[in-house]
Design a protein around this ligand. Structure first.
Ligand code: BTN
Length: 187
């Protein structure tokens, strides 16, 4: 990789981190029965994987989570700090870091980012994005709040309709952006 390519990837990475921060300006919507809000920020995680791939997608999300861990109010509702990572939503945050690796690897193996393979891309974001994040989040929620795995998993069904819409928009946006800007994903 040339220096110019490296600078381009790092600039695009910083842009996606900035996007994640902006999506946090939208306050979370409480669901009532679990201490996990409906948020917009997870759409940024889908976009990180889609536009940057596994390596730089992980860097973008990692940078964002590092800012949150340092106490900057970058999480929805202006939250931040180490305590959030051991709170009820800690599992989702850890899954956010791993999701670009999972989605990026599947994109590569299935050639899902080719124009004609949009449905593979959509399926990967639905399953490896939404499914993975919500399951890991629910497992940690069950442990952290002593609520049992089945109720934790079932309560996460409340997020599925919104998450499906966010993931579908993310795929549509990423496909448009990749057509206009050269978001070349490194191997
Ligand atoms: C945080 O800000 O502390 C993380 C919130 C995690 C919310 C999760 S992400 C997946 C699911 N979909 C939502 O809209 N909310 C939950």
């Amino acid at each position: 990789m040339t220096n110019q390519q490296r600078i381009k990837h790092l600039t695009q990475t910083a842009m996606v981190t900035a996007l994640l921060i902006i999506l946090g300006f939208f306050p979370g919507i409480p669901v009532g029965f679990i201490p996990v809000p409906i948020i917009l920020q997870n759409m940024g995680i889908f976009l990180a994987a889609e536009l940057l791939g596994r390596k730089y997608g992980t860097v973008a999300v990692g940078l964002f989570l590092a800012l949150a861990a340092l106490g900057l109010p970058v999480l929805s509702g202006g939250r931040g700090g180490l305590a959030v990572f051991v709170g009820p939503t800690g599992g989702y945050l850890v899954a956010w870091l791993l999701a670009p690796v999972l989605m990026g690897t599947l994109f590569q193996r299935t050639h899902a980012l080719m124009a004609k393979n949009w449905w593979r891309e959509l399926l990967i974001v639905w399953i490896a994005g939404i499914g993975f994040i919500d399951v890991v989040g629910a497992v940690w929620l069950a442990i952290q709040s002593n609520m049992g795995l089945a109720p934790a998993l079932l309560s996460n069904l409340a997020f599925i309709p919104g998450d499906l819409i966010k993931a579908t928009f993310a795929v549509m946006i990423a496909r448009r952006v990749r057509n206009v800007i050269d978001f070349e994903i490194p191997a």
